[in-house]
Design a protein around this ligand. Structure first.
Ligand code: PMP
Length: 374
């Protein structure tokens, strides 16, 4: 389907764009795996064992109650492959229509699916540097061509540079994490919109950390047909569920769904996530605590001379200091781990500190003070 987009591009002129789904040729006439419904009383179709958790573990009454309340009594059964109930809850929350969401075993898996399916024209994939490493790892691992565009020295987005690369390489996919990991900052809205408008391929906006920032692109989905928004439950309290979701045009979602593994989301994850989406605002207080703690830790770090603190719209702060290695080892030897980047030249001397509970952040600040006074 051809879609005309009239847009003012970054080079100051109006351009006419055509967006076609760049589905891989091999997937164009293709039968995806089709799983049966799970609503039958007698299920003799999927080679499962008929014995339940309680038959194996001799479960206590309390355990049984828990399994029942989480709707995972039938742990011997495959999860619901249609994931309909959870998908409906997510769509309702975001005000989107049926067919506009795809679930992944973490957004990592969604990145893989996008690369496997929507790279049927140029096979080029553009991402920023530094950014979330899985874009590059999976692009290269799949034998696609990675186009890496450096951020400025202050880790800002150089929009003109991105547009130039899009013009010369016509990437099938552009990945932009905003807020960005590991730098923590969100990019300017208007710059991202320029990129989406200019790109003939798909732009994936990775909003893994948007709950900690002031902005989401959800409302722009209707307008920009080549935009996909990727989210995850990992950063707001549910990392072990492994649940990411992709929102966008039905035709794009349908294409990516072609290679989704049929049982990629466990029954437990579907059940907990469903419970969450009935009232997602319950985590609001936790987000507020993390943001307030982020300000405290940021203010503390800014007081230290010779430490560069990058401003953050995420639940972590990136810092740069000469003695980063020594500080990293000192913290480690005191049973506290932060993230270092020994193999990334752009992130030399950088440490990424996740904001924890108030007492954890206090401990971090105490240890940093001790390190400085040594
Ligand atoms: N995107 C970004 C920007 C991330 O930082 C991460 C995790 N570090 C992910 C995606 C993947 O998240 P998950 O697979 O846990 O959903």
């Amino acid at each position: 389907m051809a879609m005309l987009i009239l847009s003012r591009c970054g080079f100051g002129r109006i351009k006419k764009m055509t967006n076609r789904i760049r589905l891989k040729k091999s997937l164009q006439s293709f039968n995806s795996y089709s799983a049966d419904k799970t609503s039958f009383n007698y299920r003799l179709n999927a080679n499962e064992s008929p014995f339940k958790y309680q038959d194996i573990f001799n479960a206590s009454a309390l355990e049984k109650k828990f399994l029942k309340s989480m709707k995972i009594e039938d742990i011997n059964r495959y999860p619901d492959s249609t994931q309909e109930e959870l998908k409906d809850s997510i769509l309702k929350f975001y005000g989107l229509k049926k067919g506009q969401v795809l679930l992944g075993n973490g957004s990592d898996e969604l990145i893989l699916y996008i690369l496997l399916t929507l790279t049927g024209k140029s096979s080029n994939v553009l991402y920023l540097d530094p950014s979330f490493s899985m874009y590059e790892i999976l692009t290269k691992g799949l034998g696609l061509k990675g186009i890496s565009v450096p951020l400025t020295s202050g880790f800002k987005l150089d929009v003109e540079k991105v547009l130039k690369k899009i013009k010369s390489h016509d990437p099938d996919i552009v990945f932009i994490a905003s807020p960005n990991n590991p730098t923590g900052n969100a990019f300017k809205k208007e710059d991202i919109i320029k990129i989406v408008s200019f790109s003939k391929g798909i732009v994936v906006l990775d909003e893994a950390y948007s709950d900690y920032s002031d902005f989401s692109f959800i409302k722009s989905l209707k307008k920009y047909k080549n935009m996909l928004i990727m989210k995850t439950m990992s950063k707001v309290g549910f990392a072990s569920l492994r649940l990411g979701f992709l929102l966008g045009e039905k035709r794009l979602i349908d294409s990516i769904n072609k290679l989704r593994l049929p049982y990629n989301i466990s029954s437990f994850s579907q059940s907990v996530a469903n419970k969450f989406f009935k009232n997602p605002f319950i985590i609001g207080k936790h987000i507020d605590i993390i943001k307030a703690e982020r300000s405290k830790v940021e203010a503390f770090l800014k007081e230290i001379s010779n430490v560069k603190v990058y401003s953050s719209d995420s639940n972590f702060i990136l810092i740069r200091l000469k003695r980063s290695n020594a500080l990293f080892n000192f913290l480690r030897s005191n049973d506290l781990i932060v993230k270092n980047f020994p193999n990334n030249k752009k992130l030399h001397d950088c440490l990424r500190i996740t904001i924890g509970l108030p007492k954890e952040n206090k401990r971090l600040m105490l240890l940093v003070s001790q390190f400085l006074n040594k």
